[in-house]
Ligand binder design. Sequence first.
Ligand code: DC
Length: 225
Amino acid sequence: MNRIIAIDGPSGSGKSSVSRLVGQRLGFLHVDSGALYRIMTWQCLEHDIDTANPEAVAAFAAKVEVAFEARDGRVVYRVGGEEPGDRIRTPEINAHASPVATVKAVRDRVTAWLRDMVSFGDLIVEGRDITTAVFPDTPARFYLTASAEARTERRRLEEVKKGIANASAEEVKASLLARDRIDSTRKYAPLRKADGVIEIDSTELTLEQVVETVLAALPEGWVQA
Ligand code: DC
């Protein structure tokens, strides 16, 4: 039986960097579940589906085909033979992804994809509902948080790196908080801290300290000396 580390938390809480590094240390494949919701959103926009219309999004969700492959320490996704890359990381996708992720048919499809990935090997899966809905029974579940200011600053730095930093800190914060609100108040599998998960507030911690905290909290035998 392959092992699963589940990590949830809001935007900018450090899930991706932590999951990548912990995955590298342990030889677990990194799975970015948010990228699958972004792919769904990108495909809706490419096919002129109104993302504010849940029925239209639900009908379309069944048609989206994604191919999966384990490579370079992660599960990579392809749509029509191509990796989406930064096409799913634009401000436009940021704005449309939360409403698309409220649609049950979208969530059911992505959840089925994620559960199938267990056949690839040991996984570290990050998202919003991994500890509560996708893999609630795994013994390694974490909830990452950070202050809104710290999360805004991280997101802004990422956008600067990508060369798409044309928003002010206030705008980045407003967009982040708007997404948090939709993600944590939606009807199906909202973002929430489940009972029994290990919460890590990364506001005052370095990336390395968060990684060490996760490693130290894993079940016995998962970390090889
Ligand atoms: O982590 P991210 O910003 O790439 O996520 C994109 C969107 O998908 C965001 O609105 C939250 C949503 N999401 C979700 O609903 N459930 C997940 N497991 C992962 C992401």
